[in-house]
Design a protein around this ligand. Structure first.
Ligand code: 5AD
Length: 350
């Protein structure tokens, strides 16, 4: 390990920020050895803050209708082949009930931007879930909304919000999205969510078409400014019915490296080992934890809709990412020295 690299990693940990040139140095000089050092530091930092504990979130994919047309995403509006569904309030509560029995204390309501779910309906859902499971945290992941909507959801009891920024580089954002979706609005949404007191999650896909080292530097600088409580990072995986069908998938190694760097940048961050990472590599989630992640999000959606919430090809929906197989997940985490815990797992330092 070169002196210069050690110095930059020390600086990252002591200052909680780096210059663009220093980030570039870390990204351009990535090697097996450097990655191992980043993972070692990231793991030790995560263990200091959270102990050897991994938090679980029950993911409920409650609608795959979407008014957006993101070029990478399998449930984009233009994909006429997607078989659309939405869950009823009763079905959603049933998922929570099953999840609660299994030990989940955080539910993540994730869906496309579905106009059927008006603010009124979303508020009704939040009220019902928080009324029935007052000891649980509720996370929303339902896209871009006006500030007033976010405020109403917060008022109704939502605790957290996931909204990946996807890329902090304007030109790259334009390559990934149609004209009506802007980086400016995405960032405005994230700022509003933070201001409203949500534990807020940003994040990116690694290796999305057109992503360069400069884009990643922009992302790391943006995360430094935003100081999100959560960061979702997974590899891009092409979907066969999108314009990016022939693009190559993102690198698992680079994804892991970025998880480690983000842990060093934001020591207390809640960092999931994502489903996309689990899809892209056998044992991907365990590798994610070894790199610095501390959250996994098993699927609580009803079995018959799981295969319809396809953001990318080959998405895993049986096995350790399925909530019913919590036992297997616990075992595989225990095998690498981590305990899956029953806890809301709030951001450390609230
Ligand atoms: N590959 C990987 N991740 C994807 N997402 C959407 N489409 C893909 C894909 N093809 C991610 C986006 C989004 C999150 C819900 O899923 O980053 O924010």
């Amino acid at each position: 390990m070169s002196r210069e690299i050690e110095r930059i990693l020390d600086l990252l940990q002591s200052q909680g920020r780096l210059s663009r040139e220093q980030w570039r140095f870390l990204l351009e000089n990535r090697s097996k050895e450097l990655a191992a050092e980043v993972f070692r530091r990231a793991s030790s930092l995560r263990d200091q803050v959270y102990g050897k504990r991994v938090f679980i979130r029950g993911l409920i994919e409650f609608t795959n209708y979407c008014r957006c047309d993101c070029r990478y995403c399998g449930i984009r509006r233009s994909n006429r082949k997607a078989s659309r569904y939405r869950l009823t309030k009763e079905e959603i509560l049933g998922c929570c009930e099953a999840g609660y029995e299994l030990g989940f204390r955080t539910f993540v309501l994730q869906g496309g931007e579905d106009p059927y779910f008006t603010d009124e309906r979303v508020v009704e859902l939040i009220t019902a879930i928080k009324g029935r499971f007052p000891d649980c945290a509720l996370t929303l992941s339902i896209g871009e909304k006006p500030r007033e909507s976010y405020a109403a959801f917060r008022q109704a009891g939502a605790d957290r919000y996931l909204l990946r920024h996807e890329t902090a580089n304007e030109a790259h954002y334009e390559l990934l999205h149609p004209k009506e979706q802007t980086l400016k609005n995405r960032m405005e949404c994230l700022k509003n969510l933070k201001k409203l007191g949500y534990q807020t999650g940003a994040g990116i896909m690694v290796g999305s078409p057109g992503q360069t080292i400069d884009c990643l530097i922009d992302d790391l600088v943006y995360l430094t400014e935003l100081q999100p409580e959560m960061v979702g990072i997974g590899p891009f995986i092409p979907h066969h019915d999108t314009p990016f069908r022939d693009e190559s998938a993102g690198s698992v190694e680079l994804t892991l490296y970025l998880l480690g760097l983000v842990r060093l940048l934001l020591p207390r961050v809640l960092l999931p080992a994502t489903t996309a990472l689990g899809t892209a590599a056998e044992g991907g989630r365990e590798l994610g934890v070894k790199a610095g992640a501390n959250v996994v999000m098993p699927n609580l959606s009803p079995e018959n809709v799981r295969e319809k919430y396809l953001l990318y090809d080959n998405k895993i929906h049986t096995g350790k990412e399925a909530a019913e197989c919590l036992g297997a997940l616990k075992e595989s985490m225990a095998a690498i020295g981590y305990e899956v815990v029953v806890d809301r797992g709030d951001f450390a330092g609230l």
